[in-house]
Design a protein around this ligand. Structure first.
Ligand code: CMX
Length: 257
């Protein structure tokens, strides 16, 4: 079973530079940092509510992450679901005929992991991870993970793919609306059709942005001061108003869980 979004992977040029935004401005803590030679990265996990932000700095110029950075620049790279049994999830994906990158689990920063090919999920690179032990959400966190935004030519077809592949269901009230919201645990994936995506997400296909919940307005002001505001958005509950390290961010003030 897939239980939640374990992390969202972001490619950055340099971890130490990225920490200035994600740790020092947003206020996340670096929970783990390690070099993962077989993935060609130095990587860090920063808890954000019950999810984590994974920063990936390429260390192997021939690796997939280095190629991604060269072609697309810094930005959202993959979505990782937590699995209670990663081997079972990989076998089940294989049995469904999905294109696989890993047919059996291997060790990664987040525990035992395995990847599906992006072709399996509307161009979105998806990982499953089984962490070593169910880690409780750290206390005192002031920033939560609200949602991940995906833009697809046909958002309804994309949600059907995510239903088939990962067992997610659209929230009933959102099934005919835009975005279509597919909840998982305490967060959600929002699917926008290209024809009705917010202007900030125009021209993007696949992973498009993330929404964070902040417990205090002064943190929002700090983030705004620390990163440019492409759309000039001023509303705290709507709009991908800040872009940092290639990632469009939306904010909502509320309780962080
Ligand atoms: N999301 C979606 N598509 C991606 C992608 C990504 N993150 N990275 C590459 N692609 C696409 C490319 O755009 C390209 O598409 P087209 O053929 O339509 O142009 C295609 O995949 C091939 O890209 P490439 O640059 O030639 O790269 P490779 O085929 O060598 O590798 C991939 C791509 C996804 C197979 C490889 O990166 C991979 O095996 N990834 C899984 C492992 C991984 O990403 N590890 C890093 C994170 C580790 C961790 O979380 O611990």
């Amino acid at each position: 079973m897939l239980t939640k979004i374990h992390h969202v992977g972001l490619v950055v040029q340099n971890l130490d530079v990225a920490y200035r935004f994600w740790r020092d401005t947003v206020g996340l803590e670096v929970h783990k940092e390690a070099t993962v030679p077989d993935q060609g990265v130095k990587a860090a996990l920063l808890p954000c509510g019950e999810t984590e932000i994974e920063l990936l700095e390429p260390i192997d110029p021939q690796g997939g992450v280095a190629k991604f950075l060269a072609k697309r620049g810094e930005g959202l790279h993959h979505l990782c679901f937590e699995a209670d049994d990663v081997a079972t999830e990989l076998s089940s994906a294989k049995a469904k005929g999905l294109p696989m990158l890993d047919e059996s689990p291997r060790r990664g920063l987040a525990g035992m992991i395995g990847f599906l090919h992006p072709k399996a999920s509307c161009g979105v690179l998806v990982e499953f991870a089984q962490p070593p032990a169910a880690a409780p959400t750290p206390a005192g966190i002031e920033v939560g993970f609200d949602h991940l935004a995906i833009v697809a030519d046909d958002a309804t077809a994309a949600t059907e793919t995510f239903r088939r592949n990962f067992g997610l269901s659209p929230q009933v009230a959102h099934a005919q609306a835009s975005p279509i919201r597919m909840p998982i645990s305490r967060s959600a994936i929002h699917f926008y059709p290209v024809s009705d995506a917010p202007p900030e997400l125009a021209g993007i296909r696949g992973l498009a942005g993330i929404g964070l919940t902040l417990s205090a307005d002064d943190r929002l002001q700090r983030i705004r001061a620390g990163a440019p505001t492409p759309g000039g958005g001023s509303n705290t509950s709507v709009g991908y108003a800040t872009k940092a390290h290639g990632v469009l961010l939306a904010f909502r003030l509320g309780d962080v869980t």
